[in-house]
Ligand binder design. Structure first.
Ligand code: HEM
Ligand SMILES: [Cu+2]
Length: 587
């Protein structure tokens, strides 16, 4: 009160000051520099979130061009040249600039330290550097689009990419090359963090499965990315200076590129899917209130996928002229990698069995993941079988297969993660109803888009062609119609999540009544995550006993039916009794 208020009678107490807003990682400093120079893993996670959302939109627009052109058998909405550039831009943006960084760089960055009870990643400055490197790579890719785009396909096979293509290959390749370093840096950072910075009591077999999955992912990022970096450099060297590396007419080996490229790019599909599998383990347990079935099997199958995933690259080359015996071996090894994936699906299903399941958006996305990923994985077996792959290779069947795993699987898991952790990241709830509707629209749109592609591929429609015989018209119309529904489904979260940022009800610290350490912090988290270092006393999913990882009772569960009342979950006022479910106690 100022000096002019001395007339107030001494007995009147001044009105209580409103409590100062709790400083958190979002509101402690609003300046642009505090964002661009931040070393806070949470803010860097948000920087990645914004960047990859932009690339997802860009890749989506390119996909729209492709699907629109395929609406009629003779294409002709865009020229063939533009068509080639559109599907290349789609692939490069979606893979190198969206799916590979999506979960590790956004949710790994944000939540790995929080899930292991740490204040930050092991190397905060390296973390910021990795975002800048990523953006420099993206700028190179954008430059290549501005000067005409690339038309080689995301696989960049020579001699087309080195000799024949008239497009601006080098800036695009350089962009992918540079962004690879960011992937290595993030992987290294996450790996060291998991080794060195776990809270007291957080032994390896008490780690949340998301942490295990990201550990396995980081291993692949560290070991495989340098190989693609080398192959990209060799492409540039041959293209720029005519050094004979891949081109047999100047002394190169035409298969060498495919070996190098797939030695990275097959493991890279596990860089994409493993983090998603980690997300699913978190969400499935929380929304069925059960401990995970077979913790060790789920954790070690991630490591199994990471290791075996290195041994199958040549299944992309069955018809490229490798020896029959090599093909046989790679066929067998490809079958082998389906085993750890199947173990996970089995364990998730067993976790759901007799659980108290509720269907909030994260859970609908996760169930969608299990279903669609299983179809994707099973169709991989057709492709891993020599005889069928000769028929199906480079057809729309392959396109459908990898979209089932990457979009039906991974993008679904990305949305599950976004909806699961959104209240923690921003301290706000989003519309429950709209989020469920969006999840359902996405699943329906997905089916309509990609199931017809299996059929057209089986009937022989090659991938990457701008036109097709009239017999396949109806299937293509279905697919394009489905992709519009899918596009609408993706638009909805952009709207209701943005609305929630400004108008959403405030989220309590643990709105889903989850067990992980990340839920023991305020929403949004404070600058250093934890006031004091948490001490872990049990495994990650003790939902049946009703305690979090610090052994404290969980607040009331997410509940089915009525709207979520986030305020009621602010603290720990409702000790939940043990659920009458048999369960396996870990840790
Ligand atoms: C579950 C076990 C899997 C098996 C046995 C498998 C098998 C295969 C095979 C044999 C091919 C080559 C087909 C051909 O070119 O003729 C292929 C292509 C592909 N797969 Fe899988 N796959 C599996 C899982 C996955 C996963 C999890 C992902 C991604 C998250 C994935 C992404 C891809 C991609 C992107 C391609 C096509 C690459 C291209 O040519 O552009 N696959 N898969
Ligand atoms: Cu592969």
């Amino acid at each position: 009160m100022s000096a002019t208020t001395v007339w107030a009678t001494p007995t009147t107490t001044p009105p209580p000051e409103p409590p100062p807003a709790e400083p958190n990682y979002l509101n402690h400093n609003y300046s642009i520099w505090s964002w661009l120079l931040t070393t806070d893993h949470k803010r860097i996670g948000i920087l990645y979130l914004i960047s990859i959302t932009l690339f997802f939109v860009g890749g989506g627009i390119a996909a729209g061009v492709v699907r629109l052109n395929l609406l009629a058998p003779n294409g002709a909405i865009v020229t063939e040249d533009v068509y080639n550039r559109a599907f290349t831009a789609h692939g490069v943006l979606m893979l190198f600039f969206f799916l590979i960084p999506a979960v590790p760089a956004v949710f790994g960055n944000f939540f790995i330290p929080m899930m292991i009870g740490a204040k930050d990643l092991a190397f905060p400055k390296l973390n910021l550097a990795s975002w800048y490197v990523f953006m420099i790579g993206a700028a190179c890719a954008a430059w290549s689009v501005l000067v005409g785009g690339i038309d080689t396909g995301w696989t960049l096979y020579p001699p087309y990419s080195t000799r024949a293509s008239q497009a601006s290959v080098i800036p695009g390749v350089l962009g992918a090359f540079i962004s690879g370093f960011s992937s290595i840096m993030t992987g290294l950072n996450i790996m060291v963090t998991i080794h060195k910075m776990r809270a007291p009591g957080l032994t390896w077999n008490r780690l949340p499965l998301f942490v295990w999955a990201l550990y396995a992912t980081s291993l692949i990022q560290l070991l495989a990315t340098p190989v693609v970096a080398i192959s990209l450099v060799l492409i540039m060297v041959e293209r720029a200076w005519g050094v004979g590396i891949f081109d047999p007419s100047i002394g190169g080996d035409p298969l060498l590129f495919q070996h190098l490229f797939w030695f990275y790019s097959h493991p890279a599909v596990y860089i994409m899917i493993l983090p998603g599998m980690g997300v699913i383990s978190e969400v499935i347990t929380c929304f069925s209130r059960k401990n995970i079935f077979g913790y060790a099997a789920v954790a070690w199958s991630s490591m199994g996928i990471a290791v075996v995933g290195f041994l199958l690259w040549a299944h992309h080359m069955f018809v490229a002229g490798i020896s029959f015996y090599a093909a046989l071996l790679f066929s067998f090894l490809s079958m082998l990698v389906a085993v750890p994936s199947a173990i996970k699906v089995f364990n998730w299903t067993a976790t759901l069995y007799r659980g108290s399941i509720t269907f909030q958006a994260p859970m609908i996305f996760s169930l969608g993941f299990i279903f669609l990923f299983t179809i994707g994985g099973l169709t991989g077996l057709y492709l891993a079988t020599l005889g069928t792959d000769i028929h199906l290779h480079d057809t729309y069947f392959v396109v459908a297969h990898f979209h089932f795993v990457m979009v039906g699987g991974m993008v679904m898991a990305y949305f599950a993660a976004l909806h699961y952790w959104w209240p923690k990241m921003f301290g706000r709830m989003y519309s429950d109803w709209w989020s469920r509707v969006a999840a359902m629209i996405i699943i329906v749109g997905f089916f309509l888009t990609f199931i017809p592609q299996f059929v057209m591929g089986y009937h022989g429609m090659p991938r990457r062609y701008p036109n097709y015989p009239a017999e396949l018209h109806i299937l293509n119309v279905m697919s394009t119609a489905g992709s519009s529904i899918l596009g609408l489904g993706y638009l909805l979260p952009a709207i209701y999540l943005t609305v929630s940022l400004f108008n959403g009800p405030k989220a309590g610290s643990n709105p889903w009544s989850a067990t992980g350490l990340e839920w023991q912090t305020p929403s949004p988290p404070s600058i250093h995550n934890f006031e004091e270092t948490p001490v872990v006393v049990c495994g990650p999913y003790e939902y049946a006993i009703g305690v979090d990882q610090m052994g404290r009772p969980l607040p009331e569960g997410p509940g089915e039916g009525g709207p979520i009342d986030p305020a009621s979950h602010a603290g720990h006022p409702y000790p939940a009794g043990p659920a009458p479910k048999e369960t396996e106690v870990v840790g």
